[in-house]
Design a protein around this ligand. Structure first.
Ligand SMILES: [Zn+2]
Length: 627
């Protein structure tokens, strides 16, 4: 066990402080409760056993299921894939017949006799399978080290009975601690018990077990807990807290000084390898978020990434927590209906994450504009800018799946323009931040809106012109004329310029995790430049090293970075690749060339217009500084 995972006296004290407030007896006499047990103490073949004791069934047959999809992911995951040895047990202890209806569904006849189901669950982190699960939504079983329990990956529900109370017991190794947004109703050396009002609440509550490394901070009246797993002890919870503290306080200020939650947990899994999905990032929950990020020293770059992703996830406490439609409130885990309002759930969240930083002075207006410009470039170059955003949202699981990630680009920009429009109509006084507060009052945690009423409601709360904005740029397929919006706040695009940049040859690379480490493969040489031609890349080449830096040792990102920082034009370059010839023989080939810079279009920057009028300057100041 790495040093940082030794039990820290101060943490332990804090943990026991939490447990002091335990209340018991919540469950006495509740026959409708589902009693689920996840046993982390007897891992077998990388699997843990789950036993779900069910209340008495009235139906002659029932279907037990695990989620096909979970909130916030917008992808089909089929958690039933990881279940094996599924058994239904009757009240006399005998095994019952089970018919598996689909990958996620098990049908049990004679259900009035059903007592419990039991099965084994394999984790999603190290299994090899198609359609990999994005790690923040996945499960990890690393015996003796780390157990990431996204509960929906372990526990299912009886169809039609999602509303039952659940008593969740986690059996743990002595000394292990569970980081979670939940407060245990009972906690001993070898188990913790949690109570949840229904399956939606359970699915929304991740837990991470292992040796404790936690830190906490009060933000806006809420107790925020930070739990870290860093396999090589590179990152500690206290360091994460110190690096995001001012950010969380800026968000608190942005939200008016009070958070809509009482407890919040940041659950960090830092990884020293690329995960099965090849992605890094996070998944939000109502009062927690789960992170899968690279385990690297917290230098400036790492801290910037950490702050941006934390700011985004934390702001999800506004939406969808307090502002959401029926589709989100009563989530269908098997046949999901997607809400059309991703511009709100993801777009507003992403916009506010950056806007709060500029409002609090943590970043400069120039930096804020640079980030927005990046989003404009991304959304225009990589996505369909004339696609209705509501239409995309409704069909983001299938037809428009490749467009989904535009929620972080154009989704944020829709909110930026909405903010400018609201500011203009209100003489600078009212923006999206105020709108979210008003929508939170109108709806809130327990009151959902209908998908088709939201735009009218917002127009009624604000200005009729806003309805036209939504009709044209969010429901409609008209691309947003960003320059018009920027002109209103005295911001223009800088003149086009060229710049010289060190090139790696301009070939398209695909990065994935292979069985023996990261694989970086040339997938297209269509846009290859003179340097690429000199090296002589071929489609299918797998990069091994760049100027002696082994990709398997440092990872592809670090290898590219050291090439960029340690090479100058004219230097000799040697790139080792594994190449398979037509006869199927694979051997190492060294590609040689001379480093060169190529002329590229310098990204145009958003800058303050020196000729802007005072009305524009005043509006910009209201928009970016709140005064
Ligand atoms: Zn999000």
């Amino acid at each position: 066990m790495p040093d940082s995972f030794g039990a820290k006296p101060s943490n332990m004290k804090w943990i026991s402080g939490i447990l002091m407030t335990v209340t018991t007896g919540v469950f006495a006499g509740n026959n409708d409760a589902v009693q689920a047990v996840i046993d982390l103490t007897s891992v077998q073949n990388d699997k843990v056993q789950v036993v779900v004791d069910l209340p008495d069934m009235q139906e002659s047959s029932v279907v037990y299921c695990l989620p096909k999809i979970v909130p916030g992911t917008y992808s089909i995951y089929d958690f039933g894939r990881f279940v094996s040895d599924f058994k239904a047990i009757d009240k006399s202890g005998a095994e019952m017949a089970v018919e598996q209806k689909s990958v996620n569904e098990w049908k049990i006849a004679n259900a009035t006799q059903l007592d419990k189901v039991s099965y084994w669950v394999e984790d999603t982190y190290d299994a090899t399978y198609d359609n990999p699960i994005f790690e923040p939504a996945g499960t990890n079983i690393e015996e003796g080290k780390n157990y990431l329990l996204n509960t929906f990956g372990f526990i299912g529900y009886v169809q039609g009975q999602k509303e039952n109370d659940i008593r969740l017991t986690v059996r743990k190794r002595p000394g292990d601690y569970g980081v979670s947004p939940l407060q245990a109703i009972q906690s001993t050396a070898d188990h913790d018990i949690y109570h949840l009002d229904n399956y939606d609440k359970l699915a929304d509550a991740p837990l991470m077990y292992g040796q404790p490394d936690t830190a906490s901070i009060m933000v806006g009246g809420a107790q925020v807990q930070i739990g870290v797993y860093s396999p090589n002890g590179v990152i500690q919870a206290a360091a994460v807290r110190d690096n995001i503290k001012d950010l969380l306080h800026a968000q608190e200020l942005y939200l008016g000084g009070k958070l809509p939650v009482e407890k919040y947990a940041f659950i960090f899994y830092f990884t020293d390898t690329l995960g099965v999905s090849g992605g890094m990032g996070a998944l939000e929950h109502m009062n927690s978020s789960v992170y899968f990020l690279p385990e690297m020293p917290l230098n400036e770059e790492a801290v910037d990434m950490l702050r941006d992703v934390c700011a985004h996830e934390f702001f999800h406490i506004v939406t969808p927590l307090n502002i959401h439609s029926h589709e989100i409130a009563d989530f269908n885990f098997i046949e999901p209906h997607m809400s059309e309002h991703l511009w709100l759930y993801e777009g507003q969240t992403e916009y506010a994450a950056h806007h709060a930083q500029v409002m609090a002075g943590l970043i400069t207006p120039d930096e804020f504009l640079r980030r927005m410009q990046d989003k404009i470039d991304m959304s225009q170059n990589h996505y369909n800018d004339s696609l209705s955003f509501t239409e995309m949202s409704r069909r983001c699981l299938d037809e428009y799946k490749p467009e989904y990630t535009n929620v972080y680009q154009k989704g944020a920009l829709i909110n930026m323009c909405l903010d400018i429009e609201l500011r203009e109509l209100s003489g600078g006084k009212y923006g999206t931040r105020d709108l979210m507060r008003d929508l939170g009052k109108e709806y809130g945690m327990n009151r959902s809106f209908n998908d088709d009423e939201l735009f009218d409601k917002i127009a009624a709360l604000t200005y009729p012109e806003i309805r036209t904005f939504f009709a044209k740029y969010v429901e409609g397929n008209t691309p947003i004329p960003y320059e018009d919006y920027f002109a209103r706040v005295g911001v223009i695009l800088s003149a086009p310029e060229k710049e010289k940049k060190l090139s790696m040859g301009n070939v398209a690379l695909n990065m994935m995790m292979g069985e023996e480490g990261p694989v970086v493969e040339v997938v297209s040489t269509d846009g290859m430049n003179a340097f690429g031609k000199e090296l002589g890349y071929e489609v299918g080449d797998r990069l091994v090293s760049i100027n002696g830096v082994q990709i398997s040792e440092v990872g592809p990102m670090q290898a590219f970075e050291s090439f960029r920082t340690q090479t100058k034009a004219g230097d000799p370059v040697a790139i080792e690749v594994m190449r398979t010839n037509k006869k199927g023989k694979t051997k190492m080939v060294t590609l040689k060339g001379t480093a060169m810079e190529v002329e590229v279009n310098k990204p145009r920057q958003l800058v303050v217009d020196p000729h802007a009028g005072s009305a524009e300057n005043t509006l910009r100041s209201a928009w970016l500084t709140g005064s």
